[in-house]
Design a protein around this ligand. Structure first.
Ligand code: NDP
Ligand code: 2IT
Length: 455
């Protein structure tokens, strides 16, 4: 199929483009959704940029540079041979080496990783750092596995992946199911195979080249983004009731920053259900959650038993009345009905810690209601931004202090907010942060691609 060429005078440019994309990538619904979310803003913008249109830049950006898929074979504790499928989607290295996380979850497939790698390219551009976009993972479920099983899986995964990555080529990091434990096993195996100690993975532990603030960065950044959005209305986080989904890395550090800034976070969730603690999750309870999730690897239901609050099995937290909402679990965890409920209950702002947590129909409602809405590619960019700073520290063989890194993260989030505002302010003064993020993210990558010529 020929590459897509946008023409100047097409009123139906978005549906026509999507038709072309869906035919090329059949059944990849998450990938279609992510491209649509960018295309609705970028395709109309191209009408005034014939140079990008003629060079088919957006069409090229919907085709990853390459996708590697491989067999991962390992032995479980009973000596049984297990087979998983691993991937790396190297989406675009126009402005820097491929950069993006690795996800271990049974749902991982090519569509999900293509959506994540596509998003990552725009997100990384938006940070202002020289980072391209990529994503990887495997359909491996770390739940219920022993540490040794996780270690053997990570080593087997890296035994294939190592030949495709490198500090100047492709630099993975964590994502769902991949935290410091998995990063350590993978980095150790890379180091052994390559016989090189380089900054080839980020999210490392501090003892071997990790960066201060990296574990906190995504959650903190998501709250900083909300702080900046509220400031445009002369408002602050203090005193606000916040609903948070998830209970992993991003959710925990979003709650941490919310507590520090004087908000009252009242929910956390996992794939089994959510807890509602109307008294608010405080530092002590959060420490307990961290131990539950990162050490004991238990379920969030135990929080309700421990602290005597409500647990809602099989449900998501969006019906709980709040001022602010932070979806921090996974894609498509917030639908139109839930968005309508949030708005009805008085929610004034949504900042997406997870990648693509809101369905398009939910985003449409937030924007129609003119509430503050920060899309994931802007709101959760703090994580990859501090990964970029980890790469810099590894390159210069230095470690910056916690205060210095937090200061840089805060500034990067403010800069991202400003870029979104510049490109997203509409005639009635409402800031469409999604449009701003899409266009600002696209512009830098497009300029580089145009300069390289046809390739
Ligand atoms: P973790 O693995 O630490 O935590 C994931 C959390 O989300 C868990 O509570 C998990 O529950 C829940 N979850 C995962 N899948 C589902 C599902 N299908 N349905 C319901 N709940 C689910 O991952 P992170 O906190 O790192 O990642 C969360 C989100 O943030 C993801 O969208 C990720 O892509 C995004 N993100 C992460 C960054 C990072 O630096 N880590 C950076 C930017 C974005 P359970 O334990 O039951 O599976
Ligand atoms: O989605 C993301 O931005 C991440 N999982 C973090 C990527 C990174 O390279 O730090």
């Amino acid at each position: 199929m020929a590459i897509w060429h946008t023409k100047k005078d097409q009123p139906d440019i978005v549906p026509r483009f999507m038709h072309w994309l869906e035919q090329r990538n059949p059944g990849e619904t998450e990938f279609h959704q992510a491209v649509y979310e960018v295309g609705i803003n970028v395709l109309p913008y191209l009408r005034n940029h014939p140079e990008y249109m003629e060079a088919a830049i957006f069409g090229r950006l919907t085709e990853p540079d390459r996708i590697v898929s491989f067999r991962v074979v390992w032995e479980d504790d009973n000596g049984k041979v297990q087979i998983n499928r691993g991937y790396r989607v190297q989406h675009c290295n126009a402005i820097g080496p491929y950069k993006g996380g690795i996800r271990f979850h049974p749902s991982v497939n090519q569509s999900i990783l293509k959506f994540l790698a596509f998003e990552q390219t725009f997100k990384n551009s938006l940070t202002g750092l020289p980072l391209g976009g990529g994503k990887g993972g495997a359909d491996f479920d770390p739940k219920g596995k022993s540490d040794r099983e996780v270690m053997r899986f990570c080593q087997a995964f890296m035994t294939e992946l190592y030949r495709h990555i490198g500090m100047h080529t492709d630099v993975p990091a964590g994502d769902i199911g991949v935290g410091p434990r998995e990063i350590s096993y993978m980095f150790g195996q890379y180091k052994r195979l390559a016989n090189q100690f380089t900054g080839v993975i980020t999210g490392k532990r501090l003892a071997f080249g990790g960066s201060e603030i990296r574990v906190e960065a995504t959650g903190y950044g998501t709250v900083y983004m909300m702080e900046d959005m509220l400031a445009t209305h002369g408002d602050t986080i203090e005193g606000k009731t916040a609903v948070v989904s998830g209970s992993g890395n991003v959710a925990q550090y979003a709650v941490d920053k919310l507590i520090e800034l004087g908000a009252k976070p009242v929910t956390l969730s996992d794939s089994s259900g959510f807890i509602y603690d109307p008294q608010g999750i405080d530092c002590h309870k959060l420490r307990w959650v961290r131990e539950l999730k990162d050490v004991r690897r238990g379920r969030i239901q135990e929080y309700a038993d421990e602290f005597g609050c409500e647990y809602h099995a099989g449900q998501r937290p969006w019906k709980v009345p709040c001022d602010l909402a932070f979806p921090c679990a996974t894609q498509n965890e917030l639908n139109a009905e839930e968005a309508a409920m949030l708005i009805k209950n008085g929610c004034i702002g949504v900042s997406e810690g997870a990648n693509m947590p809101s369905r398009q129909s939910a985003i449409d409602l937030f924007q129609q209601a003119k509430i503050l809405f920060a899309p994931s590619k802007a709101a959760n960019a703090g994580g990859v931004a501090v990964s970029g700073l980890e790469m810099t520290q590894n390159s210069i063989r230095m470690s910056w202090t916690r205060d210095e890194l937090n200061r840089q993260l805060r500034q990067i989030m403010t800069d991202i907010h400003a870029r979104c505002e510049r490109h997203g302010r509409e005639s009635d003064d409402y800031v469409n942060y999604l449009k701003g993020a899409n266009i600002a993210g696209f512009e830098k990558v497009a300029e580089a691609m145009l300069a390289y010529g046809v390739m």
